[in-house]
Design a protein around this ligand. Structure first.
Ligand code: C2E
Ligand code: MG
Ligand code: MG
Ligand code: MG
Length: 292
């Protein structure tokens, strides 16, 4: 029983523990409870095609609104879920919920968008993510071609042979595969060639200081050029300014996500944005200009 596992954790709670270890155990117990109470939510951030200005996708992002603490960042609770094994059931819920929601939007007749779901390194290497994905597609009726799974570079780089086997299973289902936070890990370019990948997501760390940082601009240009020549789609994360978008457009980047278009939104607000715009993204003050 979930509740018993939680109370037994307190047996290890003693004064010899560091504050951070205690915090971790407390957070794990709280997360387990929140999952059981159905307090986890998915928000959706638009992904915009740069050439057409259309919203073509949504990235599903976990939100945990704790009654006492308020929103707890995934940067804090995903590592706890990873180390405690809770990532198994949590990750499974995320894939099922994203497919269910995306299929519901489709049934409502909203403009067609793909849905991207984050898969953490442990979830990717230690749980049956392909089986879970197959079940989610089956029970929701959503189409595999419209589902994208985001895997970080580090998960692929650590154990490339095992990673390749998992990627192949996912590819057989027909889902699209993206490398998240690209440029921050140590995946070799040889792996990139070998892996059945569709999308590179340029990490927001390289976008943040454009157009003021020449090195970041050079790196972003190189990733876009490499993606194009390998026939991969390239999406830039964390785009906040028109200057950044102009830079990406003039260098041939395919798509972007970022506050310039929208923050991640609750499902109903994302649907309203999609319905109201007819699928065409509006920036703060202006529409994304299609390339002439
Ligand atoms: P990520 O997958 O790289 O997600 C992008 C993060 O950047 C999100 O943070 C998003 O809210 C934020 N972001 C988007 N646009 C902008 C922008 O213009 N400016 C800035 N400063 N930030 C922007 P979030 O939602 O806090 O998620 C953080 C990380 O937590 C994600 O990074 C992902 O690695 C992980 N995560 C979130 N949801 C899930 C999930 O369902 N499963 C797993 N395994 N990991 C998740
Ligand atoms: Mg992501
Ligand atoms: Mg990312
Ligand atoms: Mg990131």
């Amino acid at each position: 029983k979930e509740g018993r596992g939680e109370s037994s954790a307190w047996c290890f709670y003693d004064e010899g523990m560091t504050a951070s270890a205690r915090e971790r155990i407390a957070l794990e117990a709280k997360l387990r409870l929140a999952m059981g109470l159905g307090q986890m939510q998915l928000y959706y951030q638009p992904q915009v095609d740069i050439a057409s200005g259309r919203i073509v996708g949504a990235e599903a992002l976990l939100r945990w609104n704790d009654p006492q603490e308020g929103f707890i960042s995934p940067a804090r609770f995903i590592p706890v879920a990873e180390s405690s094994g809770l990532i198994g059931p949590l990750g499974e819920w995320v894939i099922h919920e994203a497919c269910r929601q995306a299929q519901a939007w489709r049934m409502q007749g909203l403009p067609e968008v793909s849905v991207a779901v984050n898969v953490s390194p442990h979830q990717f290497l230690l749980t049956d993510v392909a089986g879970c994905t197959a079940r989610a597609l089956q029970s929701s009726g959503y189409s595999a071609q419209a589902l994208e799974l985001e895997i970080t570079e580090s998960a692929l780089a650590e154990r490339p042979d095992e990673a390749l086997a998992v990627l192949r299973k996912l590819r057989e289902l027909g889902v699209r595969l993206a490398i998240d936070d690209f440029g921050t890990g140590y995946s070799s370019l040889a792996h990139l060639k070998r892996f059945p990948i569709d999308v590179l997501k340029i990490d927001q760390g390289f976008i943040r200081d454009i157009p003021h940082n020449g090195d970041d601009m050079a790196i972003s240009r190189a990733i876009i050029a490499m993606g194009r020549s390998l026939d991969l789609q390239v999406l830039a994360e964390g785009v906040e300014t028109v200057q950044q978008l102009d830079f990406l457009r003039s260098n041939g980047c395919d798509a972007f996500q970022g506050y310039l278009c929208s923050k991640p939104l609750p499902a109903a607000e994302f649907a309203a944005l999609l319905a109201g715009s007819g699928g065409t993204a509006r920036m703060v003050g202006h529409a994304v200009q299609p390339v002439a």
